[in-house]
Design a protein around this ligand. Sequence first.
Ligand code: OGA
Ligand code: NI
Length: 298
Amino acid sequence: MARDKVPVIDMLKADGLAEEIVNACKEWGYFRVINHGVPIELLAQMKAVNAELFDRSTEIKKGTLGGVYGKGYMERNPVTPFLESLSIDDISTFTHDFCDRLHTNPQQREIIQKYIKAMRDLAGVLGRKLMEGNGLKGDLFDGWCCQMRMNKYNYSPESVGSCGVFLHSDPSFMTILQDDEDVNGLQMVDKYTGEFIPVDPVPGTLAINMGDIAKAWSNGTFCNVQHRVWCFEPKTRYSIVLFVLGPDKTKVEAPPEFVDSEHPRLYVPIDIKEYRQVRSASKLSNGDALELFRNTKT
Ligand code: OGA
Ligand code: NI
């Protein structure tokens, strides 16, 4: 039988928070957070900015592409016909450039900056809890590269009953998602039964999930949960995602504490840029790309 409850974690919980987070990462690969520290008003403001930016002309949205900037705008395409997205590939470097190219007004820019800071702060807390819950010391995501992506699902009556985003795992370490409190559709795969579990929106909360890099770092113990977005009703759906990608200059490898004779090192040290290239070239978007980074030494 599918486990149909999504774990909900109260970030203000006094005792056992770190252990609860680590346990959810292992058993589910995803959870919702409440009392996460991102002001509810800011979530609403950012959702409104998201909608406003997608209302820009295609020409302006495409202006976020190219140059040193990176990916920027992704148009609707045959693989994801309903989805368009706008992404800041490195929030520490490109946020102003992104705002300039989208001709944001000062209020929109301020909201984007505040939102990014709040999400990054939350990511930092979660990274420290992941260390603590594993009996390790330190600030896991310190200096790591993060990407922000805004999504708009242009659903119509024809899209009902099809996929907004096909089944995948995230190539990131961790993903923080502000899903649309008015339009459901996110579904996670239960790692034990393979069944889809609906992750329906709960206003004011955020959904967190682990990606491929978290599985590698934890020596296979964190679940890089597979998920998809399904269209149930012909309503436009917005989501905003912070991907904690990984360190910029060093490779990701499991700390020695995760490795012993019963738990041999599963993966070679991974360069996150190389990982993303290999994953996209091999079209293994369900986490199987990690197999290409298997440690063959015993
Ligand atoms: C993603 C993703 C879910 C959503 O961007 O990787 O799974 O609700 N998004 O938009
Ligand atoms: Ni995803």
